[in-house]
Ligand binder design. Structure first.
Ligand code: HBZ
Length: 838
């Protein structure tokens, strides 16, 4: 107990415990110290990677100090905290962000410059932390940055996968997957907490008995156990002392259990059990927006939610408050349905272990949780087979059935004699075998449910959760439009533009208050400013052109229009439609006379993104893009008028180079399918225009920047059903331009057409679920509008400036504040820089 320390000891601590000064020499000393001791290297034996490691270790020392200070002060004040449960945190690189947020970027750059290294090279030596599939994971990372910056007491909980999202290589035009063993070298951004080890149980059976009051109670008697070990990743806020935490769990075998097998003389089984235990956090599932249904995935979800709740409950119990205060102290946000088991686990802890009665426990549970939905695609809805669930989590299954029973009883009371309604709303789907609908469980166990953009939130109210809106009332279903952090996506990724903005606005306050970008609106017509603006865009394009040359061996001109579509490859995102339109463009160019060609706007069409390894059709889209690129890029009749590029292994740090270099980016999902999109926000924030559909956050971006600064085409969400119906039953013919394009593929213009047959057959009349044919004509027109607008560079630059100027709404600071005010009911807690213990 610190309070019992003698005064001399406290004084000694306070003399020793001083934050390091932030002058160049102190920084250089710490770098050299880490090179020569932690890394055991000699100065003359240093490369960029060693320099990166040393700088990271040096920055980490400071992060840890801030982290300690924050967590110490939080423990003492014990305000309400929010816990963000996400199976994915797509952090990317950490060093640049850590130095920026610590306010030490310039002095570190100078410091290592004098030691003979360039900051850019050092920064680029870091590999990405890629513990996520796409923007669900990246959103979690942006939110952690904003939570710390706005000084909210928040922790993230996730898994520490040994293998992040696979590395993609392109071999003969096809995607090939390679493991991402990112922990090959020590990860300096994590603090292993080997002392925090939590037992997690699986399988076994349930023991039911009467307690001393004659009440039936249940106790889970598990059959297996593993250990959860904590690894903490400090998340510093920008321009604040606050430093939050992401706690990632790693699975390890339990010693007691392998000893049992060992003592039975079954050495091999004990080793096998140990391997099984480590497997739980071995690999991130590489599917986005599809449900794999694998047992190991369910194990991951339970392992993670149980460890996290154990930690949260332990922290709460230290305060010795009454259980009814739990929702006053704890808010838990479920990032999609992946952590929904946490609802069941908390109910189990309260009822089985803390002996609360069911109703009191359930009241606490539902006041604690809130749930974010990220998709309406049916194939993405999580369902778990009851037999598999029962084997792994027998007690939890009983609880799920009880939750469902009590819930349906209440529904029945409100809406009597409606069996169809009960069937639709049930948490259990009557199939062979029965399935647990995790989205229904998440809705029933939460006090707020949100979608991630206005259209999407309305859609979930009208479709998948319609019955629930009628039952609970509409207040429970809210919208929080996604956001992105301006620190990474403008200040770091586009540093030159960031400097120009600061110089123009006279302050860098916009980095924390993105609405201040509005001040750029008055510069729209300023010729000098326009020139600087375009010069920066061009420099960014030169940088991307160099990257394309290096990674793809393709020469592209930075004077062409850069047209970018980078995101996960998925049918609903319609990269297929994009490449079909590229083929159309290619055929058109080939049909022109030299005089006509002189009027063609040169364009570089850039693709990037990973397909889930088992998603055959998506992988064929990648193959088609590469086959088209091969033909087009080598056709002398086309030259610089059209280039097609597929950049392999798209990830966060590539995005940081690609986003600032785009003139146009494509966000062209079938209306109603893309919940929000967040890269659309990143591109526009960097002065790139959008070619897109009326889907997700595109709609709100349009509202903010004005319809003259965005290229919109295609059908609207409410038209989709009718169009599908018309296609299927009224024999609507295929778009003629599309027919021409398909004929060219089938003729063998791009390799053996047999390869692409399964892809082309997705467009068969009546089967074109994503409405490529229906939208094709308006898509081609929108592309022409883009070409025409780009030719008028005087107007284009104005559009580009207006884009950036009006993107304030899409700061993740705004999103996080909405969550804090309307869902979590938490307040900022400012950490003071006192550096003293007492
Ligand atoms: O979440 C995305 C949505 O598609 C996108 O529209 C939205 O902007 C973004 C942030 O809200 N969803 C994902 O990225 N989803 C996944 O990555 C995913 C991963 C594993 C799953 C399911 C989905 O099992």
């Amino acid at each position: 107990e610190r309070s019992k320390w003698p005064k001399e000891t406290i004084d000694l601590w306070n003399r020793l415990y001083k934050k390091d000064a932030a002058d160049i020499e102190t920084i250089q000393k710490s770098i050299v110290h880490h090179v020569t001791t932690t890394l055991a290297r000699a100065a003359y034996n240093m490369d960029n990677f060693t320099a990166y490691q040393a700088v990271a270790l040096s920055a980490r020392d400071r992060l840890i100090a801030q982290w300690n200070e924050t967590q110490g002060q939080l423990s003492k004040a014990d305000p309400k905290r929010v816990y963000y449960l996400s199976l994915e945190f797509l952090l990317g690189r950490s060093m640049d962000n850590a130095l920026l947020n610590l306010g030490l970027k310039d002095v570190y750059a100078k410091g290592i410059g004098q030691l003979g290294f360039r900051m850019e090279d050092v920064v680029e030596s870091e590999s990405d932390a890629a513990l996520g599939n796409g923007n669900l994971g990246r959103l979690a990372a942006c939110y952690m940055d904003s939570l710390a910056t706005l000084e909210y007491p928040a922790w993230g909980y996730g898994l520490r996968y040994n293998y992040g999202i696979f590395q993609q290589r392109i071999i003969e035009g096809y995607q090939a997957e390679f493991p991402d063993y990112w922990l090959n070298f020590d990860n300096p951004w994590e603090l292993p907490r080997l002392d925090i080890s939590i037992p997690i149980y699986f399988a076994g059976h349930v023991h039911s008995f009467q307690d001393e009051y004659g009440v039936t109670r249940h106790k889970w008697v598990p059959g297996q156990s593993v250990q959860a070990i904590a690894y903490d990743v400090p998340i510093p806020g920008y321009d604040t002392e606050n430093c939050n935490n992401i706690r990632l769990w790693r699975s390890k075998p339990t010693r007691v259990f392998d000893l049992t097998s060992f003592n039975e003389g079954n050495y091999e089984k004990s080793v096998e059990d140990a391997t099984q235990a480590e497997k739980i956090t071995s690999v991130l599932y590489p599917n986005d927006n599809t449900m794999a249904g694998k047992e190991l995935r369910l194990k991951q979800q339970y392992f993670w939610t149980a460890a996290s709740l154990h930690d949260i409950v332990r922290r709460f119990k230290k305060s010795q408050r009454d259980w009814s205060d739990f929702p006053e102290q704890v808010a838990i946000q479920l990032n999609d349905t992946h952590p929904t088991l946490a609802i069941v686990e908390l109910q189990r802890i309260l009822v089985d272990e803390e002996q609360l009665n069911w109703d009191d426990a359930w009241e606490i549970v539902t006041r604690t949780f809130a749930f974010t939905n990220h998709t309406v695609l049916p194939e993405a809805m999580e369902k778990w087979s009851v037999p598999m669930f029962e084997y792994l989590l027998p007690r939890h299954l009983q609880i799920v059935f009880d939750i469902n029973l009590f819930f349906l009883q209440k529904v029945e009371k409100r809406f009597p004699n409606d069996r169809e309604l009960l069937k639709r709303m049930s948490i259990i789907e009557e199939a062979q075998p029965q399935q647990i609908r995790m989205a229904h469980l998440a809705v029933v166990g939460s006090h707020k449910v949100n979608g991630v953009a206005a259209l999407h939130s309305n859609l979930i109210r009208d479709t998948i959760f319609k019955d629930f809106v009628e039952y609970y009332g509409s207040d429970k279903f809210v919208n929080v439009t996604n956001g992105i952090t301006s620190r990474r996506w403008l200040n770091q990724a586009n540093h030159k533009l960031s400097e120009l903005i600061t110089e123009t606005l006279g302050s860098d306050a916009w980095i924390k208050d993105l609405d201040l970008l509005k001040g750029l609106n008055k510069k729209v017509d300023d010729k000098v400013f326009q020139k600087k603006w375009m010069a920066i865009k061009r420099a960014n394009k030169v940088r991307l052109a160099e990257l394309i040359k290096e990674r793809c061996g393709i020469e592209v001109s930075p004077d062409a229009l850069f047209d970018v579509q980078v995101k996960r490859i998925h049918e609903y995102k319609r990269q297929f439609m994009n490449i079909l339109a590229v083929i159309h463009r290619y055929r058109t160019i080939k049909s022109l006379t030299p005089a006509q060609k002189a009027n063609v706007q040169p364009r570089v069409v850039i693709f990037g993104g990973k397909a889930a390894p088992g998603y055959y059709v998506a992988k064929l889209v990648i193959k088609l893009i590469n086959s088209v690129a091969n033909v087009v890029n080598q056709d002398p009749a086309v030259g610089d008028l059209l280039k097609v590029v597929f950049i392999p292994d798209y990830n966060v740090s590539l995005a940081e180079v690609i986003v600032p270099a785009s003139d146009i980016s494509q966000h062209i999902s079938t209306a109603g399918t893309e919940a929000s999109g967040t890269s659309n926000m990143k591109f526009v924030l960097n002065g790139g225009l959008i070619l897109g559909t009326m889907d997700g956050a595109n709609i709100e971006i349009l509202e903010e920047i004005g319809e003259d600064n965005i290229f919109i085409f295609g059908c609207l969400a409410h038209e989709v059903e009718d169009l599908r119906y018309a296609q299927r039953y009224r024999g609507v013919p295929m778009d003629p331009a599309l027919q021409g394009v398909l004929a060219a593929i089938e003729k063998g213009t791009f390799e053996d057409p047999k390869i692409f047959q399964p892809l082309i057959s997705t467009l068969t009349i009546g089967k074109d679920y994503y409405l490529i044919s229906a939208d094709f004509a308006s898509y081609l027109r929108a592309n022409q509008a883009v070409d025409a607008a780009y030719k008028d560079q005087d107007e284009w630059v104005k559009k580009s400036i207006r884009c950036t100027a009006n993107m304030g709404k899409f700061s993740s600071d705004r999103s996080v504040k909405e969550y804090a005010d309307n869902i979590w009911h938490i307040k900022p807690f400012k950490v003071v820089d006192n550096q003293q213990i007492d």
